[in-house]
Design a protein around this ligand. Structure first.
Ligand code: FPP
Length: 246
């Protein structure tokens, strides 16, 4: 944590955990082996984020597009999610971590839905790090859902079209209770956003690393945070304006 300025931390860090499959194949193992090792990284990074003082951490665990993977991988991942969540909840709770899930959860098997509901209820009163797991999530799906909700309010007469603002859209997203991420990290060398938080990432700093997710540890998170702190966030203003604002 050397040189990390604890007063200038992002409140919300979002991570696309990528590279489990490639990492496993590089070891001559099947893809699920990579996902199992990915859980170790999840544990380490959650622990590190809480210790550093990050308030919100969103992890992209499964996209709506991931449903099209081979059936054995999808079933294996679902089992892994349910087992991991059930196993980790007591420890998360002990560490004052609040769990939240975003995504099209209706698509999940009943056992998984129940495990997520239990984990959410058990940790609902916690006041430390909020850990948000994006499961069966895609940003375009979320934007379609938000549009339907807003259209319904207009149809019911609760809202007029000229009252619709950027805030109206934010308030109707699955992330309405959380601030937008200031930093988005993607592991494994791919430089894409892949249908993740498209609206919420409008002004986020993007950080890409070649490290595969199963090898991502606290030192890698700190490196990303240091990189974030070395950047000037201008939000469309000039550098001179930003320096006067500070
Ligand atoms: C992307 O790597 C990773 C996934 C689709 C699954 C991520 C899931 C975990 C790390 C387990 C997390 C568990 C909990 C409880 C949150 P990939 O398979 O796309 O890798 P590749 O690009 O190398 O093929």
């Amino acid at each position: 944590m050397e040189n990390l300025d604890l007063k200038r931390l992002p409140k919300h860090v979002a991570i696309i955990m990528d590279g489990n499959g490639r990492w496993a194949q590089e070891q001559g193992q099947d893809r699920l082996f990579g996902h199992y090792h990915g859980v170790v990284s999840v544990r380490k990074v959650v622990e590190a984020a809480a210790e550093i003082g990050i308030e919100f951490l969103t992890l992209y665990a499964f996209s709506t597009e991931n449903w099209d993977r081979p059936e054995a991988e999808v079933t294996g991942l679902m089992t892994l999610f349910v087992d991991t969540i059930a196993k980790e909840v007591p420890d998360l709770h002990k560490n004052n971590i609040k769990l939240s899930f975003i995504g099209n959860l209706d698509m999940l098997p009943t056992s998984a839905k129940q495990a997520l509901a239990d984990a959410t209820a058990q940790t609902a009163q916690n006041t430390g790090l909020t850990l948000i797991i994006a499961l069966s999530y895609s940003s375009r799906w979320e934007l379609v859902e938000a549009t339907k909700k807003i259209a319904q309010k207009v149809q019911n007469g609760q809202l007029s079209t000229d009252q619709i603002t950027e805030a109206t859209i934010s308030e109707n997203l699955t992330t309405s209770a959380f601030p937008d991420p200031e930093l988005m990290i993607r592991t494994s060398g791919e430089c894409r956003i892949s249908n993740f938080l498209l609206y919420q990432l409008a002004y986020s700093e993007l950080y890409f690393t070649d490290t595969r997710w199963p090898e991502f540890r606290k030192a890698d998170l700190v490196k990303a945070l240091l990189d974030y702190q070395s950047r000037e966030r201008r939000f469309g203003k000039t550098s001179a304006q930003v320096q006067i604002d500070v």
